[in-house]
Design a binder for this molecule. Structure first.
Ligand code: PGA
Length: 236
């Protein structure tokens, strides 16, 4: 594990954006795994700026997002599809036919999950996966539980996750209860993983995830075993 302990959100974002730009420079047709949430917003902003300066092209990339809420469509401002367009895809030269996000409105969710997994395999697997971490230790929407869920699946969200996500919704009852998420095995299969964590609120869970026992009760703890994990952590 490479651990960068940085001072503040901006430094975390700069370091992460620099690593992503190097990945794209080294392999312009990389397959990137992308995350949503508040943590990577500043990273995406810096990538958009780098693109505007002509320093990076997203054209040859393929991307897979980690997760999507069940029941939210592309035009719903709370969907991760909408988030990606707002924060990155709408401002760069990404090929939208190769920017994949699970379809939260799929009629057959199980088939959607299986197809998503197949698309990742067909793309040759993920070169670099960006991850945030939930207050409960989740990565993507792999919630604490009795075992590690392997593949892309539909999940009932944890009460802590629903409470944490309520800040993005006008009415707490609008927060979706279910989501499609890549599984732990899907994430773990990425050749490189970049875990980002920001703020004092993540301090305890980061200590547990990086230095505590490896257990499905703290899903991020599995990352201790990954052969190419980089962590950028601002604990302020
Ligand atoms: P956050 O969420 O970036 O909004 O803190 C992270 C997560 O829940 O994975």
């Amino acid at each position: 594990m490479k651990l960068y302990q940085v001072s503040g959100y901006q430094e975390m974002c700069q370091k992460a954006a620099a690593l992503l730009c190097s990945q794209i420079a080294e392999k312009p047709n990389s397959v990137l795994g992308l995350a949503t949430g508040s943590t990577p917003i500043g990273v995406y902003k810096l990538l958009v700026q780098a693109h505007e300066r002509g320093e990076v092209s997203f054209g040859p990339l393929t991307t897979f997002n980690l997760d999507e809420y069940c029941g939210l469509g592309k035009s719903d401002p709370q969907s991760y599809y909408y988030y990606m367009n707002e924060n990155l895809f709408g401002s760069v030269d990404i090929d939208s036919t190769r920017a994949f996000i699970p379809n939260g409105k799929a009629e057959d969710i199980a088939a959607e999950c299986a197809a998503y997994e197949e698309k990742i395999t067909a793309a040759g697997g993920i070169d670099l996966q960006i991850l945030g971490i939930g207050n409960n230790g989740h990565i993507a929407f792999n919630e604490p539980g009795e075992f590690f869920e392997k593949h892309t699946h539909c999940v009932d969200l944890d009460e802590k996750t629903i409470a944490a996500n309520a800040r993005f919704f006008t009415h707490p009852e609008d927060v979706p209860r279910r989501a499609i998420t890549m599984g732990i095995k899907t994430i773990f299969a990425a050749r490189k993983i970049l875990l980002l964590a920001n703020g004092a609120g993540k301090k305890d869970i980061m200590q547990l995830a990086l230095h505590g026992p490896i257990t499905p009760k703290v899903p991020a703890s599995i990352l201790q075993l990954h052969p190419d994990l980089t962590v950028i952590w601002s604990a302020e």
